[in-house]
Design a protein around this ligand. Structure first.
Ligand SMILES: CC(C)(COP(=O)(O)OP(=O)(O)OC[C@H]1O[C@@H](n2cnc3c(N)ncnc32)[C@H](O)[C@@H]1OP(=O)(O)O)[C@@H](O)C(=O)NCCC(=O)NCCS
Length: 274
């Protein structure tokens, strides 16, 4: 079997981004197996959730992240060690066997998304698009002056999607740089139309030429965005179906390294230059 990320069995390349979507809804039967590959600190975190559903989603997401990274690196998922940045961004502890693999994770309700690349920072965000009465107030607080100005010119019907596009693009960016919400949201502007772009980054006049933002192909009613430091890359998006997750977990529990299933690879990068 060969993997989803490269049919020639090579490791993920520096100009490639792979995005894997996992519907957690079908994964309850493998929850306890995934729990066994978590590290002691991850299990402690899982036990700290107040509601069982949040605990279960954490176990499923973190467990599948380990499986996916293990398949990419040809390592046992339970052996992988994460380190955490100043603001909590998880990264793989660098060793000779884990040279450049970078990843980021987002989850919303039952959808988990993993973005994988090599040699550069990546951030991802997914959100459930739901009608909220406080959307305009949230936009006023979270958006930059220019973004809010754009938002205000939209009709009420256009606002929800524009809000979530802008929000997920902003969050993907602050996750790519690893600061999360510790980074001031008024210090940069992103687009809120169909094309994703970083329009301004305070103090970096050429930021738009250094950073790429992309829409993700999330199932309705989710909205998703990816941010990556770089402009030349290929983006492929895949669904890891429940039966694939189960097979990967069974290989892992049998004591081996998971081998990722073959999935067809299609370019999904949106070209907004035309
Ligand atoms: C990172 C952050 C934006 C995630 O927000 P969210 O909408 O709750 O969650 P998402 O589902 O999109 O992402 C969560 C995942 O992002 C990753 N993550 C955590 N901290 C991260 C960071 N600083 N940068 C990038 N990714 C991060 C983790 O994999 C996490 O998954 P886990 O909860 O299963 O461990 C948010 O938690 C944050 O801002 N953290 C920084 C903390 C901080 O310093 N805040 C200051 C308060 S102003």
């Amino acid at each position: 079997m060969t993997s989803w990320y490269d049919e020639s069995k090579e490791q993920i390349k520096e100009n490639e981004v792979q995005v894997l979507r996992v519907d957690l809804n079908g994964l309850d039967p493998i929850g306890s197996a995934l729990n066994t590959i978590l590290s002691p600190d991850e299990r402690e975190r899982a036990d700290g959730f107040r509601f069982a559903i949040h605990k279960q989603r954490f176990i499923l997401t973190r467990g599948m992240l380990r499986i996916v990274l293990g398949a990419c690196l040809k390592r046992r998922p339970g052996d992988l060690i994460f380190s955490y940045g100043e603001y909590g961004k998880p990264r793989l502890l660098r060793t000779a066997e884990t040279p450049h693999l970078a990843f980021n994770v987002s989850h919303s309700e039952d959808l988990a998304v993993f973005a994988l690349t090599a040699g550069t920072e990546v951030g991802v965000d997914v959100e459930l698009l739901r009608p909220r009465e406080d959307l305009d107030g949230l936009a006023r607080t979270a958006f930059s002056y220019a973004e809010f100005d754009n938002y205000r010119q939209l009709t009420p019907a256009e606002r929800p999607r524009a809000f979530y596009r802008c929000w997920t693009r902003k969050e993907a960016f602050i996750k790519a740089i690893g600061h999360g919400f510790a980074y001031p949201l008024d210090q940069f502007d992103v687009s809120m139309g169909e094309c994703a772009a970083l329009l301004r980054l305070n103090g970096e006049p050429n930021a738009g030429a250094r950073w790429s933002l992309q829409n993700l192909k999330t199932p309705e009613p989710f909205v998703g965005a990816l941010a990556i430091a770089g402009i030349n890359f290929h983006l492929s998006e895949f669904d890891l179906l429940p039966e694939m997750c189960t097979a990967l977990v069974e290989q892992t529990i049998a004591g081996g390294q998971p081998e990722a299933p073959v999935l067809s690879r299609t370019e999904s990068r949106q070209d907004c230059s035309k």
